[in-house]
Design a protein around this ligand. Structure first.
Ligand SMILES: [Zn+2]
Length: 358
């Protein structure tokens, strides 16, 4: 078992957790499965010494179950379309939809965004299809977690790691938008919606480009990033450790901690993700991907190097920024309304489990 007792007393909120695979509402989820997931995440929170988690909701409202049975521990992001499915959301009355998510007890939106798909499937994040969505989130002051892009290596056949190829995450075949085109969409939507509170996961894949990320922060005061692996970000930051250490300190208000638990499948694997991030932020040591980690966490020959951040910087990255954007307490779930919503949309297992909570 990895040792967590060595880490300091800083509270840690994980802003990036997938209880169930993203994009899919699993019609088979029932009370037994929901209870098991709740127990798995609680065990992770306890051993990994987390204080809270932000879990990403699927259309079945299963995330609201986690919130309702564990008051105060879980925040949940309401569902919004990824770029490949936005076409079928064209008729959405966005202000009403966003309002309904808040009324059910969701705390923010996401994860949504643009994981690269071929051009024919991709709806631009700055197109009219998303315009009402961004306006509604901006007006409601609701934080959005918006994934844009992927590691730049994934656009090169030689550089894409085997585990990514196995998942179809290589954008060198077929007609995928270039990473720069996706960044163009982000620039445009932020210039139109400067007040929208948004977190771009995985450092917006800019970890090879420190100066560019710094400039991005300057130009967009309400944009934030999370440092969820993409283990390549821990690796590339370690290669320019001193410069990045200054940036983490100077931009401490704009960086959040996330793990992508759910890409990992077992408590042991979840804990390996948390451990890597604690080693990275809190110590000055050299370390490697632990054996217990999932295969998405590439095993590099060169070590990662901890940033040894100050207590004040750690507090912001691990908790303060999340609480500033999401509030210090999760919203209360309207269990009855959540049950009705799940039932109306045909997610009978989730609806029954919520019903049994009353
Ligand atoms: Zn994610």
């Amino acid at each position: 078992m990895l040792d967590f007792s060595r880490f300091g007393e800083t509270q840690v909120v994980d802003c990036h957790v997938h209880p169930w695979p993203p994009w899919k509402a699993d019609g088979k989820l029932d009370e037994t499965a929901l209870k098991a997931k709740s127990a798995e995440l609680l065990e992770t929170i306890t051993y990994g010494r987390l204080s809270q988690m932000n879990v990403y909701g699927n259309p079945d409202h299963s995330a609201l179950y986690l919130k309702a049975v564990n008051p105060g521990l879980f925040y949940a992001g309401g569902y919004a379309p990824w770029s490949f499915e936005a076409k079928s959301w064209k008729e959405t009355d966005w202000p009403r939809y966003i309002e309904s998510l808040v009324a059910l007890g969701y705390d923010g939106i996401g994860e949504m965004g643009a994981k690269p798909v071929t051009r024919d499937k991709h709806t631009l994040l700055d197109s009219t299809a998303y315009e009402g969505f961004w306006s509604a989130c901006e007006d409601a002051g609701l934080p959005v977690v918006c994934h844009v892009g992927d590691p730049e290596e994934f656009w090169s056949e030689e550089q894409t790691p085997p585990w990514a190829k196995a998942r179809g995450w290589g954008y060198y075949r077929g007609d995928y938008p270039a990473l720069e085109e996706l960044y163009g969409e982000v620039e445009h939507l932020l210039s139109r919606h400067p007040r929208v509170k948004v977190v771009f996961p995985h450092f917006l894949f800019l970890s090879p480009h420190l100066e560019r990320l710094d400039d991005f922060f300057t130009r967009h005061p309400n944009a934030n990033v999370d440092l969820t692996p993409g283990i390549e970000l821990v690796y590339s930051i370690s290669r320019r450790r001193e410069d990045w250490r200054c940036l983490f300190t100077r931009r401490a208000d704009r960086i959040l901690l996330g793990t992508d638990i759910g890409m990992s499948k077992t408590v042991k694997e979840h804990l390996a993700r948390i451990w890597i991030l604690c080693m990275f932020l809190e110590t000055s040591e050299e370390f490697y991907t632990p054996d217990s980690a999932d295969e998405l966490l590439t095993r590099y020959d060169e070590p990662f190097i901890g940033l040894d951040l100050s207590k004040e910087t750690l507090e912001k990255i691990c908790t303060g920024n999340f609480h500033r954007l999401w509030g210090s307490k999760p919203r209360i779930v309207d269990v009855k309304a959540a049950e009705a919503a799940a039932e109306r949309q045909g997610h009978i297992g989730v609806a029954k489990a919520l019903k049994n909570l009353k």
